[in-house]
Every structure is written in C-alpha cells, then in structure tokens.
Design a protein around this ligand. Structure first.
Ligand code: SAM
Ligand code: SF4
Length: 438
C-alpha cells in the first residue's frame, strides 16, 4: 500500500508536544509518515489547547480556514485532538461538518482505527476517560528518535482544581506512570544519544500519589540520575504546595539535577491565592524559594502569573509585582485571566476592565524585562556550562542551554553537539546570551 502523509499542528503546552510525538508513532503503525506542510498531507491532525479562550478561538479559526483547502482537495481528512476535543467531543463534529474525527486526551491509542474509519467515510468521536495507569500502556514504546533533549511523561491529569483552570476537566484525574517504565524509556533514550531529560506532567512533584507503584518524585530523580549517558535532569511543572523536603534535598547532592525550577506562583496576594485555591500563602512560597536558594545558590526560578483574576485590586496586583522583585525571577510567563467553562472562578464577579488588565500585563512584562536584564548581565565575563543542542541560526554558531536554562549562542563546530562546553559569556542579548569558547 502507498505510504500516506500526516501533518500535525500542535498548540499549547509541552504535554501536547509530547502527545503529538506519540501520535506520529501511532500513525506510523498504519503507514502514515509525518510531513511539515498541509499541502503535502492526506491527513491533518490539530492537537488543541483550551487553557485560555484565545487559544480555543484560534483553533476554530484554523479549522474554518481548512474549508478552502478541502474545496481544492475533497479527500483531505481532518482530525482534532487535545483539550478542545476533550471539552467539546461529538459537538465538534456537529459544529464543523468538514471534520472527520475527534479524539480526547485519553484516546490517542484509538487513532489508528479512527483514521481507518475516516478513510472509509465514517465520522467518529472518542473522548472517554481511562481512569488508571493502564492508559500509559496503550502507547507505542520509545522509538529512538533523534535529539539531545527529551521530555518524558511521568504522569497525566491533575487533581488540584485551581479555581481558574480547565486542565482537571480536560485531562482527567492525576495518575502516575510506573517508575520501572519511566526508567526503561530513559535508558533507551540515553542509548539513542539523549543527554538531557525533562520529567513531564501537570504537577510532577506529587508524582506517586496515585499510581506509580509506590514511588515518590525525589526517589525517581535519584534513580534517573543513575542512568549512564544522562547528563542533565529537569522537570516541569511543579506545584509550590508539593515542594517536599526530600525533593529540596535532591538539589544538595544530585549534581545532574539542573539549577532551574519553574515554580508557578500565579499571584503575590494571599487573598487572590486563596480565591485561586492554590493551597499556599505568599510567605510559604517565598520561604520555599529561600530554602532552595540556600541549598543551590545559583538556582534560577521562573514562574507563571495571572493578572486580572476576578476581584484583583490594584493592591493585589502590586503584591504580584513586589513578589516578582523579591524572588528575582529569571522569567515569568504571564497571562490575562480568561474565564473557562466549568471552573469555579468563571462564576465570580469580575469588575476589572479589559484596558486595566492589559495595562497590568504591560507593567508585569516591563518589570520582568528589567529583572532578566540585570540577572543576565551578571553572567557577562563568566564561563557557564552549556549542553550543546544544535547549530545556531547564524552561520558557524552552535547553541545550548545553561543549567539555569538560559540559551547561549557561540561559535563552534557541530561536532560539539551533545557535549558540555564552558563558553565565556561576552554579551547579554536579553532573550539569550552570546558566548565564546576560549
Ligand atoms: N500545572 C501547571 C501549574 O500548576 O502551574 C500549569 C498548567 S497551566 C496549563 C499553565 C499556566 O496557564 C498556569 O500556570 C496558569 O498561569 C495559566 N492559566 C491556566 N488557566 C488560566 C486561565 N483560565 N486564564 C489565564 N491563565 C491561565
Ligand atoms: Fe491547572 Fe492548577 Fe492543575 Fe496546574 S495545578 S494544571 S494550574 S489545576
């Protein structure tokens, strides 16, 4: 049979990027190869995000524009997966008549048969949740792949129910993957040349709470560190309330654990943190950061912050700004609050104007810019260890990241890809650093 072609469009978080990799592997089993453009494809899969309304609207826009492509090529198949698919299910097939199939966040493994049905002209939707760790056994094994860095899913779902967040509704209950399976995947990745792994999940530091065979996150990190060939370990995303003492201790003696933590705070105001159902106070958050910095003085902290949560006053917002300066974040990913279906916050009265919210976002961006600038300026003149990941955009340059997750470009041979180098930082370029090998 002639090989068919699939083009995958991925939106949203790392979890979706990782799911898209699994989709490629699953479709390979029915002879579909991945291609970089819609024009070449027999099948287009849109892997969607619904964490904010804008992300969701963008998906509808993209699906509508595909109508034109379908006029030219009526046999083109279009499937929708990810969080919007989970949220809308079969309703999407009614809303968008040119869609071929809809698959939810727990139904990737059904894709081969859904694609075959679509080829035969049958439209299907599958969005049932699988509520235990058997869901991890439904995907193909690690199939090599290329690259120096790799994200490895260690858990799925979330039980935290932050009041603004749709994730628990579209990703289901939190379930951890068996530790032995995770370690096996990382061993195979290391054998294929991967040097850095990012342990991935919505709330990784509660790993082992449900599923995982009695393992805990700190123990998992220690076991990953024993795998030969793996030089660096990162994780994403962790929750401040689950920053346990054993996890902090890993920063004292697991050298492979990178000096970076993404620890989203969401707000600096205790009143808003409570309304958000985050489970910690501003001072408890800061105490954890201080403890981390005392264990690993060079650790860089990044965060997510929401502005304009219902009822956020200017004083509340000022507390977010002051917390940013107090922590000295290396980066923050900031968003204007977006009401999401089913969430508790969507029922709260919201009196802050759109203009005020975007004004707050601008102030936050400006503060972060100056924090990043001053933090990176301190690196100029120093030699930093960089894991080389690939060739840079400029001729003759290679790039990589520091342990603190700052990107460094410097002149060097592509033969250095996959090695640790210590370029001297010669310039702070705000979004990256420029270095040179001595
Ligand atoms: N599990 C992670 C955590 O607890 O931080 C992150 C998951 S969420 C997909 C990524 C970020 O999106 C959150 O940290 C939050 O800042 C933002 N976010 C989630 N829901 C939002 C909403 N309704 N409006 C604006 N931002 C939102
Ligand atoms: Fe959403 Fe909160 Fe879960 Fe993160 S921890 S995915 S913000 S509910």
């Amino acid at each position: 049979m002639q090989q068919k072609k699939v083009h995958i469009m991925t939106f949203g978080c790392q979890m979706n990027v990782s799911d898209s990799e699994k989709i490629v592997a699953l479709l390979r089993t029915i002879d579909y190869e991945s291609v970089p453009s819609i024009a070449e494809a027999d099948l287009v899969i849109v892997n969607t995000c619904s964490v904010r309304a804008k992300a969701e609207e963008r998906i509808y826009g993209i699906l509508l524009t595909m109508k034109g492509e379908l006029k030219r090529r009526p046999n083109l198949l279009i499937g929708v997966g990810g969080c919007v698919a989970q949220q809308e299910g079969a309703r999407l097939l009614q809303k968008i008549p040119h869609l071929s199939f809809v698959f939810g966040t727990h139904n990737l493994h059904l894709l081969p048969q859904m694609v075959r049905q679509a080829e035969a002209g049958k439209r299907t939707s599958e969005t049932a949740f699988i509520d235990d760790d058997s869901r991890f056994d439904l995907f193909p094994d690690y199939d090599g792949g290329s690259g120096i860095t790799r994200a490895v899913t260690i858990m799925q779902g979330c039980d935290n129910y932050c009041s603004y967040c749709i994730v628990p509704y579209v990703r289901g209950r939190e379930v951890s993957r068996q530790k032995a399976d995770i370690l096996e995947e990382i061993r195979k990745a290391a054998a294929a040349g991967v040097k850095e792994v990012t342990l991935l999940g919505q709330n990784v530091n509660s790993y082992g709470t449900r599923g995982g065979g009695g393992a805990d996150f700190a123990g998992l990190i220690r076991d990953v560190a024993k795998i030969a060939g793996i030089k660096r370990i990162r994780f994403m995303t962790s929750h401040p309330k689950d920053m346990s003492a054993p996890l902090m201790e890993c920063y004292a003696d697991v050298e492979k654990l990178c000096s970076h933590i993404h620890l989203p705070v969401q707000s600096g105001s205790n009143r808003i943190l409570e309304l958000m159902n985050r489970g910690y106070t501003r001072s408890a958050y800061i105490a954890k950061i201080e403890q981390l910095k005392s264990i690993r003085p060079d650790i860089l902290v990044t965060s997510d912050i929401i502005v304009g949560f219902p009822g956020e006053t200017d004083e509340d917002f000022q507390e977010s700004l002051s917390l940013m300066s107090e922590v000295g974040y290396a980066d923050t990913y900031s968003f204007v609050y977006s009401p999401r279906p089913e969430t508790k916050a969507a029922t709260l009265p919201d009196t802050t104007s759109k203009v005020e919210k975007s004004e707050r976002l601008k102030r936050l961006f400006a503060l972060q810019k100056s924090l990043t600038r001053s933090l990176q300026s301190d690196y100029v003149g120093r030699c930093l260890e960089v894991l080389v990941e690939g060739v840079g955009k400029k001729e003759g340059q290679i790039y990589g990241r520091t342990s603190g997750n700052r990107t460094v470009n410097f002149s060097g041979s592509s033969a250095l890809i996959g090695t640790l180098q210590r370029p001297r930082i010669i310039k702070n370029l705000q979004n990256s650093l420029l270095g040179e090998l001595e």
